[in-house]
Structure formats: C-alpha cells, structure tokens
Design a protein around this ligand. Structure first.
Ligand code: A2P
Length: 330
C-alpha cells in the first residue's frame, strides 16, 4: 500500500486525480492533498472521509513518507517542489511541462513506452494532453509500418486551460469579456495555445513536435503542428495526417487499431459513427475514426483522434504511470 500526495488538488486536473483514484483499485494507504495557501484548511471528501488541504511547503511534506506525488499546479510549483518531494523519497509524476524535455526525466504514455520507467531518478513527466492521445495510434503505426512525417491539427477544449479557461467559455457565452484568453473563446477559434516563440510556432505546437520524438524514440521524424483552442468544454479532437514508410491496406489499419490497448475504433460512416468531444468525455480510451487514405501522397493516412484531455490527457495517464511502478496496472 502506498502514500500518495496530490499537488494542485483543488484544480481541474487535481479534482480528476481524486475522482480516478476513487474509481480505480489503486493500492492507497494515505492520501495527502496540497494546494496554495489560499485553499489551505478547506476540506475535500474522498471515499467518505474528509481530507484537509495543506499548503505546499516543505514543513508539510517532510514527515509524510510519500511514495507518489502527482503534480498539477503549474510549471513554477513543479520546478520548486518536485525536487523537494523527490528528496524525501517520493516519485513525482509531473503534469506540467517543466521537466518533460529534461534528458534525465522519462516522458511516458504507459501503452506506448512503459520501458522508459526503468531509468527515472525520482521525477517522471506526464506528456502534454494533445501529445498523449496522438501517441497511442501513432506508436501502433510506427511499429508496423514506420513513419516518415506527421501533420497535427488540433481542436482543443477549454478545460485544458484550467478553471479560468472553462470560466471564459461559460461566462463568455453570457456576454462577459475573456479573462484567460486574449480574445473571446465563445463562438470563436483561437490558433494560439501557450506562448508564441520566435520561430512563429506556439509553445504548445513545439511541445507536440518534441515530445512525440522523445516518446517514440525517433529524432528523425518529420513533424509539424497547428494547435487551436475551440469553444468546447472538454476533450481534445485532432486531425492527424501521417505519411507511413511502407504500403498498407486500410482494413489492416482498422485491425491494428482494434487490437491496440487503449484505442476504441469508432468509425462507421453508414451509421454516422465518428468520435466527438462529447462522446469521449468521461471515458478512458482514445477514440479513433475517419480512418482513410490520404490519396495525395504514397502511404498517406488520415485519422480523427479524440480523447478526454483531463482523463487520458492528464490525470488518468499520470495514475497509470504510478500503476506501472506499483505493478497494479492490468
Ligand atoms: P488553489 O486552488 O489553492 O489556487 P487549475 O489548473 O485548474 O487552474 O488549478 C491549479 C492548481 O494549482 C490549483 O489546485 C491551485 O491551488 C494550485 N496552485 C496554484 N498556485 C499554487 C502554489 N503556489 N502552490 C501550490 N499549489 C498551487
């Protein structure tokens, strides 16, 4: 049995950690909840018991013998406190981008690169939400056919921008001015997620490109991305255009995805079956549909990939990483 801490327990992803720990059979001894000073002292009910939220300070961390610390309180909190938790013996699973590209920190999607867990040194990074859902079908394609090039176009929900992102959509629908986004998200699409970089990409787009190479262990992949925030509450949708190295038959792609753990193929055009954000919300799997040949190039393939960005894209993936370490994964 393990002692688990959640850092950022009052946030969007933090609450989802609690929900998923309630649902799954995680071998939990004690659960400790941390947030900012603002929330310290407030109480949360977990499995019928009240847990008091604590301020994230070393004094509150050091004597708890924490085995796993699940972080989702932003990059600055991770940079400051992940090493503190690790120094007291915890394995940190960090949902921020702070450590993802650190060469000493594995970046893991359990269905894709579980072997990387072996070389962690106390901190493991959870990939970006839009990266995680893309990795599950792409790893299957890479293993069977090889991949030359990937074009990501994302349609990302406001829940990925935390409580403030959700408020901007809900209040914006009633006519309020945005507080989180630079323009209204209600009735709008913003090709702008995270900050702009000197090369004209956003940091979100570069995260998708670089994290994909790290997770798939392939620096030669050619990848480009456009990441767009859309007025959807939850679940990210992605158009993924892939150029495979080897020829394929479309029936074999359906078969491959049907056999891949973590994927639900949802693709029957006669029945108007294709994945949507509403149907994927609250589910664990990555939904793949609109599977079709890209006729404009040799070995081209188009996919529509939808997943709950707060579950598989964040909290669930982090808990699955902890389960890899406890051996309680199925
Ligand atoms: P709090 O509610 O006390 O501000 P979201 O991504 O949904 O906006 O949530 C952010 C999470 O990070 C919240 O749980 C928030 O706690 C937490 N947080 C913000 N700043 C700090 C901090 N300085 N130390 C610890 N937790 C923090």
């Amino acid at each position: 049995m393990y002692n688990v801490a959640i850092v950022g327990a009052t946030g969007n992803v933090g609450k989802k950690f609690l929900e998923i720990l309630e649902e799954r059979n995680f071998p939990l001894e004690n659960l400790y909840l941390f947030a900012s000073k603002r929330s310290a002292g407030s109480k949360v009910t977990f499995k019928g018991k009240e847990i008091v939220i604590e301020d994230t300070i070393e004094e509150n961390i050091k004597d708890k013998k924490i085995d796993f610390a699940l972080f989702s309180a932003g990059g600055d909190v991770s940079l400051k406190f992940a090493p503190v938790f690790a120094s007291y013996g915890a394995t940190v699973i960090d949902n921020s981008s702070a450590f993802r590209m650190d060469k000493d920190v594995p970046l893991i999607v359990p269905e894709v690169n579980p072997e990387d867990i072996k070389w962690h040194k106390g901190i493991i990074a959870n990939p970006n939400c839009s990266t995680i859902q893309a990795m599950v079908p792409l790893k299957a394609l890479l293993s069977k056919y090889g991949i030359k090039r990937i074009v990501f176009s994302t349609y990302q929900a406001v829940s990925g921008a935390g409580k403030q992102g959700i408020d901007d959509l809900i209040e914006g629908n009633k006519g309020a001015e945005p507080k989180k986004f630079p323009y209204p998200i209600a009735g709008n699409c913003l090709p702008h997620i995270d900050v702009f970089l000197d090369n004209g990409y956003t940091k979100e787009e570069i995260k998708m490109i670089e994290e994909t190479k790290k997770i798939l262990h392939n620096n030669n992949l050619k990848i480009t991305a456009t990441a767009v925030r859309v007025p959807v509450l939850n679940s990210h949708s992605e158009s993924i255009n892939v150029e495979l190295e080897n020829p394929y038959e479309i029936e074999d792609i359906f078969k491959l995805f049907n056999e891949t753990k973590g994927i639900t193929v949802y693709d029957d055009l006669k029945e108007l079956k294709y994945p949507t954000a509403l149907m994927a919300s609250g589910k664990d799997d990555v939904f793949v549909g609109r599977i079709r040949r890209d006729f404009s190039i040799a070995n081209g393939l188009n996919l529509w990939v939808v997943s709950d960005n707060i579950r598989k894209g964040a909290a669930l993936n982090a808990i699955q990483i902890a389960e890899l370490l406890t051996g309680s994964d199925d």
